[in-house]
Design a protein around this ligand. Structure first.
Ligand code: ZN
Length: 109
């Protein structure tokens, strides 16, 4: 997006990973001035369903950053609910490392 077309509240533009570049606008509510990036999901075959709607249970992850925050966070949560939490990038790396460590132990690697 060229500087002329950027919302006034976003003078420096989006981080390179933001997928909302064309959606940001001057009239976005301040709470909604959030960059959002790649998402991913993992189907949870062993999890009890949160509700019995027949949909597969998923762990969902995506990058987000409010325009006034200094770095992105990663949302990690169940399905489309608010059951989950935000991780800093350092916390996400730590979590990934701990997951790898536990998988190796479980597989006796
Ligand atoms: Zn953005």
């Amino acid at each position: 997006m060229s500087a002329a077309k950027r919302p006034y509240w976003l003078p420096e533009g989006c981080p390179p990973w933001c997928l909302r570049v064309p959606e940001h606008s001057n009239d976005d509510h301040p709470d909604d001035r959030t960059h959002a990036g790649e998402d991913a999901s993992v189907t949870l075959t062993a999890a009890d369903p949160l509700d019995l709607d027949g949909e597969a249970e998923e762990m969902r992850l995506y990058l987000l950053q409010h325009y006034r925050e200094r770095e992105p966070l990663i949302w990690l949560g169940r399905n489309e609910t608010n059951q989950g939490g935000h991780l800093t990038l350092d916390e996400a790396e730590e979590l990934a490392g701990e997951l790898r460590r536990l998988v190796k132990i479980a597989r006796d690697e």
